[in-house]
Design a binder for this molecule. Structure first.
Ligand code: ATP
Length: 241
């Protein structure tokens, strides 16, 4: 891999649901070490972009390169094995399994037993609430705790690229702030590259280095997060100012 090559390079992808063209030529890039956010209104195509990266939706046109290698057309489990892990919208933890069992499930593709244990201990340090609740079934956790568990479970796979779909959805403001602090910590301390999809543009642009605005399946604006916050169109449409 060339030094200047982005970790993820999406070029002009078009993705459909039947005849509905949800993505109409989306291009974006994420460099190693970055937090990049994709903001946009309901139905803009944010989740479809993430699902296209993960192999859950097959783009009809365009290319997706991960570390220089085309990944469109690969099965979702092959994409996970390359190091791309998604935390889907709505959390989707295993409600009957304990917190610990949920976390262990995140490492199901790994063989390095000793390091799995080290990662588990580190994650329980990073998420003290999960350590406290380790023997409880996941379904008994609060919404915010389940979101933490979903993120921690994804981290157990040691992702090179973490895809987060609406981590703030349905959570109280205080909990959301805690989750965004954790996202920043994961990027800085664990050096995980993150692509973050959010409707809460205020918070997303606070943790991201760069951002893209998606409207009706097209990228309409991209800039450093600090410049997007200052952009009049973004302020009016997404920041409520
Ligand atoms: P939200 O924030 O509401 O999740 P989004 O930006 O993530 O919105 P997508 O869920 O990617 O948007 O949806 C993009 C477009 O594709 C929308 O017009 C939506 O109605 C349509 N769409 C999404 N999923 C399906 C599906 N399974 N079948 C048909 N159309 C779909």
């Amino acid at each position: 891999m060339k030094v200047c090559e982005p970790m993820l390079k999406i070029d002009n992808i078009c993705s459909f649901y039947g005849n509905i063209e949800a993505l109409k030529g989306v291009s974006l890039q994420v460099a190693a070490g970055e937090v990049v956010t994709l903001i946009g209104a309901n139905g803009a195509g944010k989740s479809t972009t993430l699902m296209s990266i993960c192999g859950l939706v097959a783009p009809r046109r365009g290319t997706i390169l991960f570390e220089g290698r085309p990944i469109q057309g690969l099965a979702p489990h092959q994409i996970v094995a390359l190091g791309i892990v998604q935390v889907p919208e709505g959390r989707r933890i295993f409600p009957q399994l304990t917190v610990l069992e949920n976390l262990e499930m995140g490492a199901f593709l790994r063989q390095d037993t000793a390091e799995i244990k080290t990662d588990l201990d580190q994650l329980l340090d990073l998420f003290p609430i999960l350590a406290q609740r380790r023997r409880q079934p996941g379904g008994t956790l609060s919404g915010g705790e389940q979101q933490m568990l979903a993120i921690a479970r994804a981290l157990m796979a040691r992702p090179r690229l973490l895809l987060l779909d609406e981590p703030s959805l349905g959570l109280a403001p205080l909990v959301v702030r805690r989750i965004f602090d954790t996202i920043r910590q994961i990027n800085q301390e664990k050096r995980t590259t993150i692509l973050l999809v959010e409707q809460n543009a205020n918070l997303a642009l606070k943790v991201a280095h760069r951002g893209y605005v998606l409207e009706n399946g097209r990228i309409t604006l991209t800039a450093a997060a600090i410049d997007l916050v200052a952009d009049e169109r973004v302020r009016q449409a997404y920041l409520g100012m």
